[in-house]
Design a protein around this ligand. Sequence first.
Ligand code: UT7
Length: 321
Amino acid sequence: MALYARVIGWGGYLPEKVLTNDDLAKQIDTSDEWIFSRTGIRQRHIAAEGELTSDLAVKAAIAAMDRAKITADDVDMIILSTVTPDNTFPATAARVQAKLGIKGGAAFDIGAACAGFIYASSLANNYIKTGYAKTILVIGVETFSRIVDWEDRTTCVLFGDGAGAVIYQAHEDDSDTPRGILGYELHTDGRLYDILRTDGGPSETSSMGHLTMDGREVYRHAVTKLVEVSQSIMAAHNLAVTDLDWIIPHQANARIIAATGERLGLPEDRTVLTVTNHANTSAASIPLALMEMGHKIQPGETVLMEALGAGLVWGAMVLRW
Ligand code: UT7
């Protein structure tokens, strides 16, 4: 009997406060025209004062658990992906576990920046396939508003806060078309550490620092690497572009999504675009896209997810819904 990690629930949460491009143009030297034409972004959500990464995560988790019709007792692991935790330690996942009233199992964080949801899902897949866990809550959550430099127009306009969650459950499936995660591919190139990072951290500076980025370099690597990894994972699973029902890319920039899609020949009407309203929510962007459009995906449909972020880290995952 083969075990598959099947998606049985998903949900998300965006903080109430919306910051539009026009709002930003009142604070810094920028414009809606510049931001939208370069990125496809019109607005972003910003966590309220005192609203923590764990608070966002809990709301997304409850939405996903409700959709999956499971309770706290059913969850035997939480894998939370963030690079903006409540505290340097303990893991935000531990706080989320307590807030959700989950009493057993393991809960831990992983940091893979914008590729975090794919990295976290790959772990969930492995724990399920080996039979170690049955029901896993994967959360991608960020409060980038706390680490951007609000005076740096080259970066602060790009990011937003939010959380998305998915429940994966073990299902035995020996059919020719099993439903669940079919596979993933992960990469890291640490030589590119400096092109997207914070300039602080507990070990290096003992302060939190701010996000810094060489946008052009990240852009260049994003398109090339996302095309490569998508081609590679499709080949590994004998999938042609026409076999893909949905493409859910990490939402950093509409131009990256368009350029990647064009090179791969991906259908635009099946490629999800949420960056316009969410901006770049890093690890939360793919599960937040699911919050918006997951109800449209039919059982048995094939989904490709891909993402790249600071590290650089990047990866792709294919699953049959
Ligand atoms: O999840 C992964 C995370 N990051 C990314 O995926 C980001 C990847 N990179 C990008 O999306 C793009 O490189 C950006 C959107 C960040 C920038 O677009 P660009 O077309 O590469 O612009 P640029 O950085 O080359 O800047 C062009 C001009 C510059 O002015 P000068 O030097 O030509 O006079 C900037 O100073 O635009 C200026 N500029 C702005 N102007 C108005 C930069 N930011 C702004 C701004 N408003 N917010």
